[in-house]
Design a protein around this ligand. Structure first.
Ligand SMILES: [Zn+2]
Length: 452
C-alpha cells in the first residue's frame, strides 16, 4: 500500500536531486550583424561569446517545467525548451536575448566573438519546433487510442483531418527540409548537422541499391493502354499492389515536366519513388519493414493525396497538381475525393511513419548524451555536452507517462501554443492565465452580443 502511495506522488517530485544537475550553461554576450558579400548578397550573422563575468547557469529538470534554471526552481521558472521554440521566427532581438540570458546552443569562446549564420539557427529552431509538434500530436493520438471507442466516435471528422494533416506536415518537414549545418567559424569543422533520415537518403542517393534479379524494364510507349502490369509488395494496402505501365509513365512524365523556374518544387522525385516502391523487397540489402512501410506510404500519398511540394516564398509544405500552384495540406485533405483515399490503412501507416521518423530525429539529437559515474554521490548521471542536446533531452520527463504536451486552446496563442502538463490532468486547456482570460472575455462578449 505504501509503495502504491509513493508512485502516485511521484510526478510532483523534482526529477533529479541537486547532485545530479546535468547541464551547466553560461551567460553570453551577443549581437546580430548584417553583412554584404562582394555581389551584395545579404547575410545575417550572430556574433556570440561567453559573458566576461563568466556566470555559470546550472540547469535542472523539473516536473511540468522541463529544463529550468536551478536558482528559479521555487519561483515561476521558465521552461527553456518552450521559450526557445516559440520565439517568433525572424525576431532576432528576442533570439539574442534568449542566448544572452541562458547561453548559446553550443560552447563558444570567451575572449572573442564566434559568428554563425542566423538563417541556420532559425532552421534549427524550426526543426525542434516540428519535433515538439509531432510529439504533441502523437501523444494526443495515443490518448485517443487509450480512451476507447466512445470518445473516438465523438471526435468530429474535421478535427480528425486537422490532426492528421498536422502529423503529415511535421513528418514532411523533418524529412524534406533543407539540412541544417552549423560550422565552427575558426576551424571550419561542423559543430552540428541535422538528422539525415534513411528514407530521404534513399530518395536522394545517386544510385539505387542493387537488386537480386535484373527484371527487364518494360518499354514505355505513348498509348494509354496498360499493356504491362506487375504485382508488388505493399505493406500499406497489403499484401500486393498492382502497378501498371501507365503509373510508370505518369511518374516519369512529371519529372520531365518539372522545370527549375517553376514556382513550386516537388519534394519527392516521383520516378525515383516509383522505382524504389517497385523493387523495395528485392534489394541486395533489403530495406527494414519500417522503411518498406514508409516507401509504400509515400507512394500512395503522392498518387492519392497529391504531390508534396514547396511553393516559393512559403514556409510550410503543400500539395500540387500542376507545378504552378500549391494548396495547403489541410485544405487538400478536407476535399471529399481525397478523404476517400485517406482511409484506415493510410491513417495507420501515417502514424507508423511518424513514430519512426520521430525516433530517428530524436535519437540523432541525443547521440551526445552519455551515462557516467558520479563519484561524490555514488550514483550514475547523464552527461550532456551542449545546450541544444539538453533541450532535446527535456522533451521527455524521466518518468514515462507522467507528462505530455497539449495545444493551447487559444488559437492565437503566441506564448506557448504547445504546453506541458501532467498526464492525468485533463482539465488544463490553456498554456497560461493570460490565454484563458483572452478566450473567456471573448466568449462573454459573444454572449452579450447575442442577448442584446
Ligand atoms: Zn496560450
Amino acid at each position: 500500500m505504501e509503495i502504491q502511495n509513493q508512485t502516485n506522488k511521484a510526478p510532483i517530485r523534482p526529477a533529479l536531486v541537486k547532485d545530479s544537475i546535468i547541464f551547466k550553461s553560461t551567460k553570453c554576450e551577443c549581437h546580430v550583424d548584417t553583412v554584404h558579400d562582394e555581389y551584395g548578397v545579404e547575410t545575417n550573422t550572430l556574433g556570440i561569446r561567453k559573458a566576461q563575468a563568466n556566470v555559470e547557469l546550472p540547469l535542472q529538470y523539473l516536473p511540468r517545467k522541463g529544463l529550468s534554471l536551478l536558482a528559479d526552481a521555487k519561483k515561476d521558472s521558465p521552461d527553456l525548451l518552450l521559450d526557445f521554440v516559440f520565439i517568433e521566427c525572424g525576431d532576432s532581438k528576442a533570439l539574442a536575448d534568449f542566448f544572452s540570458n541562458y547561453g548559446f546552443l553550443f560552447p563558444v569562446p570567451e575572449w572573442k566573438f564566434a559568428r554563425f549564420d542566423l538563417q541556420q539557427i532559425w532552421a534549427l529552431q524550426k526543426r525542434l519546433k516540428y519535433t515538439l509538434d509531432l510529439v504533441a500530436e502523437l501523444q494526443y493520438h495515443k490518448k485517443l487510442q487509450d480512451a476507447g471507442e466512445d470518445l473516438k466516435q465523438s471526435l468530429d471528422t474535421t478535427e480528425e483531418i486537422i490532426h492528421y494533416s498536422r502529423v503529415y506536415q511535421d513528418v514532411c518537414q523533418l524529412l524534406f527540409s533543407e539540412p541544417v549545418t552549423l560550422t565552427n567559424p575558426k576551424s571550419g569543422k561542423d559543430i552540428y548537422r541535422s538528422c539525415n533520415h534513411a528514407f530521404t537518403e534513399l530518395l536522394n542517393s545517386p544510385e539505387l541499391p542493387a537488386w537480386h534479379e535484373p527484371v527487364p524494364f518494360p518499354v514505355i510507349d505513348d498509348s494509354d493502354k496498360p499493356e504491362w502490369t506487375e504485382k508488388v509488395k505493399d505493406p500499406v494496402r497489403s499484401p500486393r499492389f498492382l502497378l501498371s505501365n501507365k503509373d510508370k509513365r505518369d511518374a516519369y512524365d512529371l519529372v520531365e515536366m518539372q522545370d527549375i523556374d517553376d514556382p513550386v518544387r516537388l519534394l519527392i522525385n516521383p520516378a525515383r519513388l516509383f522505382d524504389i516502391f517497385r523493387r523495395m523487397d528485392m534489394f541486395d540489402r533489403p530495406l527494414s519493414p519500417e522503411q518498406q512501410e514508409i516507401v509504400a506510404f509515400f507512394y500512395h500519398a503522392e498518387n492519392e493525396l497529391g504531390h508534396i511540394c514547396l511553393e516559393r516564398g512559403r514556409d510550410d509544405f503543400g500539395f500540387t497538381k500542376d507545378l504552378e500552384s500549391a494548396i495547403s495540406i489541410e485544405a487538400q485533405m478536407k476535399k471529399e475525393k481525397v478523404k476517400k483515399y485517406f482511409d484506415a490503412d493510410m491513417k495507420r501507416a501515417l502514424i507508423h511513419v511518424a513514430v519512426y521518423v520521430l525516433k530517428e530525429e530524436i535519437d540523432h539529437n541525443l547521440h551526445d548524451v552519455n551515462l557516467s559515474y558520479n563519484a561524490e554521490a555514488h550514483s550514475l548521471k547523464w552527461d550532456i555536452s551542449n545546450f541544444l542536446t539538453a533541450l532535446y533531452y527535456s522533451i521527455f520527463y524521466n518518468q514515462p507517462g507522467a507528462e505530455r504536451f497539449r495545444r493551447c486552446k487559444n488559437p492565437e496563442c503566441k506564448r506557448h501554443p504547445i504546453f506541458r502538463l501532467s498526464n492525468s490532468d485533463s482539465r488544463s486547456v490553456y498554456c497560461s492565465r493570460a490565454c484563458q482570460s483572452v478566450i473567456s472575455q471573448r466568449e462573454l462578449r459573444e454572449k452579450k452580443k447575442h442577448s442584446d
